[in-house]
Write a protein of this length. Structure first.
Length: 411
């Protein structure tokens, strides 16, 4: 396999994901991604004609995010017509999968330069708009086999089985906010952020909008445990609740302890990110020096009702493929979909918590679904360079019981 190099990566700020409230909510997702593509060309000075494909993760592919947002963003950016685009959906792992697909093309020798990343405008295309919130696509035959529950119920089930209390998940959330506040104050994200503008070129924002540096344990503990109400909803043909469906598969839990709130779950935001990947030959042709290389990547499935436990086995598979151990990884980026997810992954793999999400995560910064996987790679790369460390592993939990992982090594 040929070496797979990352030459650059950058992202938009993560804007508050409420229509009319967030700074990016007035920007069409195609245009949000187009600005990111053009900023990449501007920063690297490369000729866009060298890009063979643009692979973009996007979860809610309907309305403004339908009709292949990748190709339309290439056209909106004014890139050469010869540059193609394709959109992928692996739920929350979509941005990571886009990067991994690009890596496969380059590693196999079939492509020399691919831009990969993701975009999600959650203010304009609300989560679940493509399936009315049903992960099973309203397939009643599948539903009879596997009664998937809302992800928050799955997160609370993980917390119950692992013995994580409300204080445990709130403390993790507070740490995320504190680490993000430090990272922002020290300008750790500045290298990859750029100013997003409106259609007239007026500046909108170059700052992440979701962090709540003023958070305290008291404020977090006072928040409603959101999924307690959902868990008690009667949704089955015989009056079964979501809790009943989960406990049918995990009877040892006896009762689900609902611990997750808006304060210890990922934030709803808008955002886009792109990563420039290429071969050694591409870099020489474009006059660019690589910043990192991709060592390995993997996906792994897990039981679909608990749904969110696959980051650990996906990460282990990626480590095995790279001939590495957990202790060989300097930095871990474990997506904070819900606080219980990184806590469970840390425990399962025996990771040093001090190496995990050192600049905060999605609880503080937000989770723009299709873009997050690419953002984690971008964040990890910047932090490796800032600290002089070598290796990072990024991983995300994924709807339907999947996980994805990517290992990068600084050049």
């Amino acid at each position: 396999m040929s070496d797979i190099y990352i030459y650059d990566a950058l992202r938009t700020p993560r804007g508050r994901g409420k229509a009319g409230k967030g700074a990016l909510s007035g920007v069409h997702p195609q245009e949000l991604l187009a600005q990111t593509l053009n900023k990449l060309v501007e920063r690297t000075g490369m000729d866009a004609k060298l890009v063979e494909d643009v692979i973009v993760g996007c979860v809610t592919q309907v309305d403004e995010q339908g009709a292949c947002v990748a190709r339309n963003a290439v056209l909106a950016a004014g890139w050469p017509e010869q540059v193609t685009g394709t959109t992928v959906n692996r739920f929350c792992g979509s941005g990571s999968q886009a990067v991994n697909f690009a890596a496969m093309g380059i590693g196999s020798g079939m492509q020399d330069c691919v831009v990969a990343g993701g975009v999600e405008s959650m203010s304009r295309v609300p989560m679940g708009s493509d399936c009315d919130g049903h992960l099973d696509g309203k397939n009643m035959l599948l539903r009879k086999k596997i009664s998937m529950v809302p992800q928050g119920i799955s997160a609370d089930l993980i917390a119950t089985l692992e013995g994580f209390s409300s204080d445990d998940v709130d403390a993790f959330a507070l740490s995320s906010q504190q680490k993000a506040a430090t990272a922002i104050a020290e300008g750790r994200f500045d290298k990859s952020l750029f100013m997003v503008v409106d259609a007239d070129g007026n500046p909108l924002t170059d700052k992440d909008e979701h962090p709540r540096a003023e958070s305290t344990m008291e404020s977090l503990s006072g928040l409603r445990r959101v999924f307690e109400k959902f868990g008690a909803m009667k949704v089955g043909p015989n009056g079964e609740t979501f809790n009943d469906f989960a406990l049918k598969v995990y009877p040892d839990a006896k009762a689900i302890n609902h611990v997750h709130s808006a304060g210890n779950s990922s934030g709803i935001v808008d955002g886009a990110c792109v990563v420039l990947l290429g071969s050694k030959e591409f870099g020489e042709k474009a006059g660019l020096k690589p910043r990192a290389k991709i060592r390995s990547a993997a996906t792994m499935g897990a039981e679909p009702v608990i749904m969110l436990t696959a980051p650990a086995p996906a990460s282990q598979l990626a480590l095995d493929k790279a001939g590495m151990k957990v202790s060989d990884i300097d930095l871990w980026e474990i997506n904070e979909a819900f606080a219980a997810v990184p806590l469970q992954t840390i425990r399962k793999l025996g990771i040093d918590p001090a190496r995990v999400n050192v600049n905060g995560g999605a609880i503080a910064l937000g989770h723009p679904l299709g873009a997050t996987g690419a953002i984690l790679i971008n964040t990890a790369l910047d932090e490796l360079e800032r600290t002089g460390q070598s290796t990072a592993l990024t991983t995300l939990c994924i709807g339907g019981g999947m996980g994805i992982a990517t290992i990068i090594e600084r050049v």
